[in-house]
Design a protein around this ligand. Structure first.
Ligand SMILES: [Zn+2]
Length: 248
């Protein structure tokens, strides 16, 4: 068990009756953990956990309750993900555009594995804030180590060899298969790249500019990355079929 410092905030409410935790939402913020707790307090927001640069973990809200971290959001068949999720914030001065520290990733892995195991969260429901709010949010950023986490049982990754196992070639349809809200196709495509094709995402050295300019309004997924999208869609389609079977 890892040591977690409790610093409870009053900004939460009850989860609606009958709603089960089935998603893990990962965030970052360009503040130290203590600053972040102050900022959340000022804005009357919260998150279940905050992990500092040095790996220290703080708990702000009981997992039983709905923390206020995701805002307007959609993923697969879920709307407004706060009710379904546990939220974890990581401290990152570059808003996740440069590498996270090994210590904080170690803490994140320990904490996430406990949460995923406890609630039996499907790998396809371990998401970035940018995945579930692609027009509004860039976090936890292109440097977030999704592939490494998938190897540790947190979320899922893809195998390029599977690209040809899916016949669909339409970007919008493929993004929908993964789980994205495709109402804004450029935003969804860019969010997909932040998660799976970081080399396609521009680094913005001005984090204040980045929070207001989350994606290029005319972004089109470069053709050369279509096989990655197909491989990811295959992976998510396969995983969600397994989830459906296990829910029966
Ligand atoms: Zn966030």
């Amino acid at each position: 068990m890892m040591k977690i410092i409790r610093k409870f905030l009053p900004y939460f409410d009850e989860r609606p009756t009958g709603i089960k935790v089935k998603a893990l939402v990962l965030h970052c913020s360009a503040h130290s953990a203590m600053e972040m707790i102050n900022v959340l307090q000022e804005r009357e927001l919260s998150s279940h956990y905050v992990i500092d640069i040095d790996g220290t973990a703080f708990q702000l809200v009981s997992e039983k309750c709905r923390a206020w971290h995701a805002g307007q959001s959609k993923w697969r068949n879920m709307n407004m993900l706060n009710q379904y999720s546990i939220g974890i914030e990581l401290s990152s001065s570059t808003l996740g555009q440069k590498e996270y520290t090994p210590k904080q990733i170690k803490s994140l892995i320990t904490l996430s594995r406990q949460i995923i195991k406890h609630y039996q969260i499907p790998a396809t429901n371990v998401v970035a804030h940018s995945d579930i709010a692609p027009t509004r949010k860039p976090d936890p950023g292109l440097a977030f180590p999704w592939q490494k986490l998938a190897q540790k049982g947190i979320g899922t990754w893809y195998d390029l060899n599977n690209a040809d196992k899916i016949t669909e070639n339409d970007v919008r349809t493929l993004l929908k298969i993964v789980g994205y809200d495709v109402a804004d196709l450029s935003a969804a495509s860019y969010a997909f790249c932040r998660h799976f094709v970081p080399e396609a995402v521009n680094i913005d050295n001005d984090v204040y500019h980045l929070v207001d300019n989350v994606y290029p309004k005319d972004f089109v997924l470069p053709e050369k990355y279509l096989p990655i999208l197909k491989a990811v869609a295959y992976q998510y389609q396969k995983s969600s079929e397994i989830n459906l079977v296990s829910e029966e």
